[in-house]
Each structure stands twice: as structure tokens, then as C-alpha cells.
Design a protein around this ligand. Structure first.
Ligand SMILES: [Zn+2]
Length: 104
């Protein structure tokens, strides 16, 4: 559990840093939007990543990288399938809750 929490915290930092780097490299990327392949929301290009034919927003990149790390999925295709799965939704909620705690 302790270890899992550390993985989540470390990954949050890495993924957030990617977004900052994108904004530094191309300030417009914060205000250019695309439709995320995973959450289907219109999200800023900054911090997004193209995985094969899918582009994920910064939030979903975090979910995907964590899902990979925690062996919940093997690849992006599986992740896209599983984003409809309630278990992963629960995991996403869990991660969000953890990040809320983190910000307090
Ligand atoms: Zn997304």
C-alpha cells in the first residue's frame, strides 16, 4: 500500500512535469484543445501524449501510465477498452481522491 502510494505520487510528478515542459516549449499548447481518446473531453494539448492511434490528455496519461505500472493493463488498446470498465473507474476515483488529499 505504502509502495503503491509512492508509485502514484512519483508518477503524478513526472506526468505533471511533462505538461510544464510542453507549455515551456510551446506556450500555445495550453490553449489548443483536442478530444481525448480515453475520457472524451476536450483537453489542452499540453501534457497530452500520442500512443499509437490514440491521443490521451494529461489526466488520462497519468491513469494509463499508472495502470501500466500497476499491471492493470498491458497496452494502450487494453486501456482504451478498460476505460469503460467500472473497476478502472474506481481506480481513477481512488487516484483522484489521493491527489485531492495530496493537495490539502
Ligand atoms: Zn482524457
Amino acid at each position: 500500500m505504502e509502495n503503491k502510494q509512492k508509485i502514484i505520487n512519483d508518477m503524478q510528478e513526472v506526468v505533471y512535469q511533462m505538461k510544464l515542459d510542453d507549455i515551456e516549449e510551446n506556450p500555445d499548447s495550453e490553449f489548443e484543445f483536442f478530444t481525448c481518446s480515453s475520457c472524451a473531453k476536450d483537453m489542452p494539448l499540453a501534457g497530452s501524449i500520442q500512443y499509437s492511434k490514440y491521443r490521451l490528455c494529461n489526466d488520462c496519461v497519468l491513469m494509463y501510465e499508472l495502470a501500466l505500472k500497476l499491471n492493470k493493463v498491458k497496452n494502450i488498446d487494453e486501456f482504451i477498452e478498460k476505460t469503460e470498465d467500472s473497476r478502472l473507474q474506481t481506480m481513477c476515483d481512488f487516484i483522484k481522491q489521493e491527489s485531492l488529499k495530496e493537495n490539502n
